[in-house]
Design a protein around this ligand. Structure first.
Ligand code: ADP
Length: 409
């Protein structure tokens, strides 16, 4: 099947057209600055160079129309007819407690998705906008929602209930949900493949370290705990997000600085993390480069980033009672030997040994970087969230076709 995978943000649409038989992305690209001046579309067919087009793209409907016209373009396209797109898979950030698996999008489902906006006001509205744009542009093509939260649905209550009055769980659904589920799922499957054992026999810690970062304890293929919580703000230090902190700090700063709810939210989500501590950048490459040039705050940000990863490794190891592998993935995890090295340092006695030569050589491909005598494998695995979304979309569409016709919008 050819599946169009879409990840819609407030002003961007990331896309890939994936052939699930060959598992190849026939084309990938990004529409950015939607609704702003100088919108740009970058498009890369698998066998030809990337192109960049400037256009006026006022909303997500126009963005999706541009994506489809690019896929069909005589010079840069990869399909001849839009009917070749068999289905569309959407990344939807929050599935709440209701969606524990991917689902076919129907009019009923849309109202359920809208009811989840309250849980993810920064993400879900844009995902919904993308779905509506596809309903308008490609009305006959079945669409599937694949949730970032779904992989974590089997966490036990002692991992997902917070230490606040229980009534708030009941009243407002406040609990840990976890995110980056497609990535944690993909890399834990690949880790089992690399280790040559069934996932059902393995205890793995996965570290998805991108601009947003989260870790998961994957026991026998089940996420039993994860570092992001009710929102993607909790857990590791991130590019611009604080991660874990004493909740009283927020109240204290908001009172002292007389911040509104919106300002408090912006401070925690946009001005904290690597950029907030280093004062240099949210981009790990720039933080590392500044640290190497002697910037002490950049060094501190890097140290905090890695120390927190190590703390989560320790706690998830204890939670699972044994550990077979630690997996590093996403932009930082796949590319930064410094972060991998610092995060694992000091755990040699516990069986975590990194071979620094292999570590420095590991880039953009699956690699075991553990050293001699390691009891716990340390693996670098490039993530592929789009492939998981495409495969899930195919599964749901095929299940529906087996059970009757796929409803069109
Ligand atoms: P997103 O969460 O936006 O998908 P990515 O997974 O692409 O992000 O990760 C982006 C992060 O990866 C940035 O902080 C970037 O600096 C970092 N990164 C990319 N390459 C390297 C590298 N060689 N060394 C350190 N960090 C890197």
């Amino acid at each position: 099947m050819k599946i169009l995978v879409l990840n819609c943000g407030s002003s961007s649409v990331k896309y890939q057209l994936i052939d699930t038989d060959s598992q190849i992305a026939l084309a990938k690209g990004l529409v950015s600055r939607i609704g702003m001046s100088e919108s740009v579309l970058t498009h890369k067919p698998w066998d030809r160079p990337e192109i960049k087009v400037s256009a006026e793209i006022l909303d997500h409907i126009v963005a999706v129309e541009y994506v489809v016209s690019m896929l069909l373009s005589p010079n840069h396209g990869v399909i001849k007819d839009k009917n070749e797109i068999n289905a569309i898979g959407h990344r939807v950030v929050h599935g709440g407690e209701e969606f524990t698996d991917s689902v076919l999008i129907t009019p009923d489902l849309m109202s359920a998705l809208r009811s989840l906006i309250e849980l993810a006001p920064l993400h879900n509205p844009h995902n919904i906008r993308g779905i509506n744009a596809c309903i308008k542009t490609l009305p006959k093509v079945p669409q599937v929602a694949v949730f970032d939260t779904a992989f974590h649905w089997r966490m036990p209550p002692h991992a997902y209930i917070y230490g606040i009055p229980y009534v708030f769980y009941k009243r407002y659904s406040i609990r840990r949900y976890g995110f980056h589920g497609t990535s944690h799922k993909y890399v834990s499957d690949r880790a089992a493949h690399m280790l040559g054992k069934p996932l059902s026999e393995l205890k793995i810690i996965t570290a998805h370290l991108g601009n947003g970062a989260s870790m998961a304890a994957v026991d026998s293929g089940v996420s039993i705990d994860t570092s992001m919580g009710f929102t993607p703000l909790e857990g590791l230090l991130m590019g611009t997000r604080s991660g874990d902190l004493d909740p009283a700090i927020i109240l204290h700063i908001m009172a002292r600085e007389e911040l509104s709810l919106h300002e408090g939210n912006t401070m925690l989500n946009k001005h904290s993390g690597l950029v907030g501590i280093s004062g240099v950048s949210s981009d790990m490459r720039e933080v590392i480069s500044a640290a190497n040039s002697g910037n002490s705050n950049a060094k501190l940000a890097l140290d905090i980033f890695c120390y927190r990863i190590k703390k989560y490794i320790g706690s998830y190891w204890a939670a699972m009672g044994r550990l077979d592998a630690i997996v590093f993935t996403a932009g930082v995890g796949e590319n930064s030997s410094v972060v991998r090295s610092l995060s694992c340092k000091g755990m040699e006695q516990m069986g975590v040994v990194v071979d620094e030569e292999k570590n420095s050589a590991a880039t953009a491909k699956e690699m075991d970087i553990s050293g001699p005598g390691a009891k716990v494998k340390v693996l670098v695995i490039p993530t592929n969230e789009e492939l998981v979304i495409a495969q899930d979309t195919q599964r749901i569409v095929e299940e529906r076709m087996a059970g009757g016709a796929v409803p069109t919008q």
